[in-house]
Design a protein around this ligand. Structure first.
Ligand code: HEC
Length: 155
């Protein structure tokens, strides 16, 4: 009994947060100034991609492997944020997650190719990784930013 009440309280807290982040409020209320945790995670992955591109030129396969692994194991946003994202994408959430899993898988393949010092495989897998990032961005970035940041798209 006590346990189920706790669950309800937690769910309700999540819903309240959802309502506070929703687009209806952002018209009258100031848009939250704190970017979501996902943005920081994305920025870190973007940095790793730069490191990989540079390391390929130096044939520094260990560096490629380490960065690929950091992308494959990138942290997830906190639960409260994941709930907001789920509620935004609704039925599309499955596709969003597929993009995420694909990126993880390809990053692991890139790590393996780097471990084998297989330069052509590293280069083609790196290209596939970039494509997997782009595919998710093309489908989801715009609605994500419009929902969470309103018109203040980037800074
Ligand atoms: C499952 C979907 C998804 C995948 C896969 C994905 N991203 Fe993103 N990415 C997003 C979303 C959503 C945003 C918008 C976040 C925001 O504006 O706060 C974003 C934004 C970014 C940004 C811009 C951050 C900023 O400061 O505005 C970078 C850089 C980025 N992603 C890098 C990557 C890289 C590199 C990969 C692949 C290794 C990748 N992303 C894969 C969903 C994804």
């Amino acid at each position: 009994m006590k346990k189920s009440r706790t669950v309800i309280t937690v769910l309700f807290a999540g819903l309240t947060t959802l309502a506070a982040g929703g687009p209806a409020l952002s018209e009258s209320e100031p848009v939250p100034t704190e970017p979501l945790a996902l943005r920081k995670i994305m920025q870190d992955m973007g940095r790793e991609m730069g490191i990989i591109a540079e390391a390929i030129s130096r044939e520094a396969w260990d560096v490629v492997g380490k960065s690929a692994l950091r992308i494959a194991d990138h942290p997830r946003p906190p639960m409260s944020e994941r709930m907001k994202i789920m509620s935004l994408f609704g039925k599309e959430m499955g596709r969003f997650k597929e993009h995420d899993m694909k990126t993880h898988d390809i990053a692991r393949r890139l790590k393996d190719a780097a471990a084998h010092e297989d330069a052509p495989a590293v280069i083609s897998t790196f290209a596939a990784l970039q494509r997997s990032c782009l595919e998710c961005h093309r489908s989801f970035r715009k609605p994500f930013q419009e929902h969470f940041y309103g018109k203040r798209v980037t800074e």
